[in-house]
Design a protein around this ligand. Sequence first.
Ligand code: ADP
Length: 305
Amino acid sequence: MQAKVVIVGSINMDLVTRAPRLPRAGETLAGYSFVTVPGGKGANQAVAAARLGASVAMIGCVGDDDYGDRLRAALLVEGIDCDAIISVAGESTGVALIVVDDNSQNAIVIVAGGNGHVSSAVVDSFDALLSQAKVIICQLEVPMATVGHVLKRGRELGKIVILNPAPVSAPLPADWYALIDYLIPNESEATLLTGLPVDSVTTAEVAMGALLASGASKIIVTLGAQGVLFATRTHVQHFPAPQVRAVDTTAAGDTFVGGFAAALAQGKSESEAIQFGQFAAALSVTRAGAQPSIPTLGDVQEFQS
Ligand code: ADP
């Protein structure tokens, strides 16, 4: 199988505890429940693209532990090509330790583990995979230097290059903008990238102006229930979100990115791909959880008709 969508990104196990409140320093607190949930933005987007109709390969690293084995198995079940997922000896798999309290506030510690080993050299060893891709997606949960390397290689190979700048804490390196076809931040990421407040279509348009001035060519800002705003140097368009009853918005952004990429890989136009991504993301918010909430192509076709 030739992978049309290749994702270079993170693979995590989310360790989710529910407790009445967040513990204070030095405190031991009795919680209500504990679950392990496959996560990581890279893996979530890979699952989304695969369920939504693309042939997908993932380049990433896990530790040589039980979580790594379980996460690889979970991706294989989705039909994702995992030959480029390396198990790093003596390293732990990436984890997110999450405590959620009665007010739905959370506290999260992320340990990169294997994700920190996704180096430019690892990516180069799977260059054949990048060469076969139609669409390449990166996020920011692997080392920045690697992301820059992938963007550059993607551009050299003439691929459709998508960056979901998540999580982000500072403006991107200036030379990245010319390497990215679609920059897809959410509201808070657009704010962090530009220093401008983004919480509406109007404010998003101002921030997108700043990103275009920095050299970005096509930007899609996701605005939760307000849909997405798409901008190029010559064109701005708002795509409202389908109205649904939201239950849990976890992984909505990852579902949008994966669905958008899957549709582009199948030769859809960008506006068709945006609409498809939005239908998929809207369905995902009607269901609980991250990867379990991501719909299939059949679900979206039924919802769209
Ligand atoms: P993130 O998960 O990164 O914070 P958003 O909250 O912006 O991203 O959501 C991504 C996309 O998911 C939105 O652009 C929209 O298409 C869809 N979405 C999110 N929340 C809702 C909602 N309440 N109703 C319908 N669609 C939604």
